[in-house]
Write a protein that binds this ligand. Structure first.
Ligand code: ADP
Ligand code: MG
Length: 273
């Protein structure tokens, strides 16, 4: 288990899309849970001031004394912000609303885009057994701001949740352009891990058309696994549970387990090249 990364060298993947409501947080929580369920050691870094990943994993706001804001502002170490969740092998660094002021507070500090990269690097020096992660999943806010740029600068690759709706492709080119900019300035090895189609409804012709368009436009970057629209997925966060804990047998849980397998498979392929 956990065989896809070297000790102290987690794979860092950012869940990014500047559109809100496309499934970034849902995918961070449930892909993270699925990876942990099959033996990976996972840290979710909540970089959205809304803190939905933290809430969805049952982390009470009162227990967020040390948050990703404190880490990025330089007032705490990442290891201090890490909280174990109810899921074995799944930890989270929680966020608070303070994070929305980060951009202004960092101003034009020289290292402002590298705050997350450096915090993760520091975590991996003298790595302790309980923080020896194989995957770090960064949940980005719905914006291409400094927080998302920090995530992209820190990551090996980005994973793009795309909702199966009419405007799905609109905005994707802007996102890809930002990735290109980050690659040419801050992080030359940043790649696109894949695009995951979310809230898919096979009975809906539009959903099917969007899938066809996205596959034509993005080719094999699109994961085979699609996440269906599933009421269990949307209910789970209000219980502070990942869908895999809330209802392991539902189609949503099944889809996220398949996605985790596919992500790991893709990692193996990347490694063998
Ligand atoms: P984002 O983080 O991109 O803003 P979320 O993951 O918070 O998006 O998802 C937006 C809303 O859609 C949430 O209420 C979530 O519960 C719901 N949702 C996400 N994925 C699904 C799905 N596959 N089926 C049903 N509801 C979903
Ligand atoms: Mg979100």
């Amino acid at each position: 288990t956990g065989a896809t990364a070297q000790r102290g060298h987690p794979r860092i993947l950012a869940l990014a899309n500047q559109k809100g409501g496309v499934g970034k947080t849902t995918t961070a929580i449930n892909l993270g849970t699925a990876l942990a369920a099959i033996g990976e050691r996972v840290l979710i870094v909540d970089l959205d001031p809304q803190g939905n990943a933290s809430t969805g994993l049952g982390i009470d706001r009162r227990n967020r004394n040390c948050s990703t804001y404190d880490v990025l502002i330089g007032e705490a170490k990442l290891r201090e912000a890490i909280i174990p969740t109810a899921v074995p092998r799944l930890h989270i660094a929680a966020s608070t609303m303070d994070l929305s002021g980060l951009e202004l507070e960092l101003g034009t500090t020289r290292d402002r885009a590298f705050r997350l990269r450096d915090a993760i690097a520091e975590l991996n020096v003298n790595v302790a057994p309980d923080t020896d992660y194989t995957y770090v999943l960064v949940d980005c806010p719905p914006s291409l701001n400094l927080i998302t740029v920090n995530a992209m600068a820190a990551s090996h690759a980005i994973l793009v949740p795309l909702q199966c709706e009419f405007f799905a492709l609109e905005g994707l080119s802007q996102l890809l352009q930002t990735v290109e900019q980050v690659r040419s300035t801050l992080n030359p090895t940043l790649s696109i891990h894949g695009i995951v189609l979310t809230m898919f409804d096979s009975r809906n012709n539009l959903s099917n058309q969007v899938v066809a368009d996205v596959r034509q436009f993005m080719g094999n970057k699109v994961y085979n696994t699609m996440i269906p629209r599933n009421v269990r997925i949307s209910e789970a966060p209000s219980y502070g549970k990942p869908v895999l804990v809330y209802d392991l047998k539902c189609v949503g849980s099944d889809a996220y387990l398949k996605l985790a397998t596919e992500v790991i498979q893709r990692e193996r392929e990347l490694r063998s090249h």
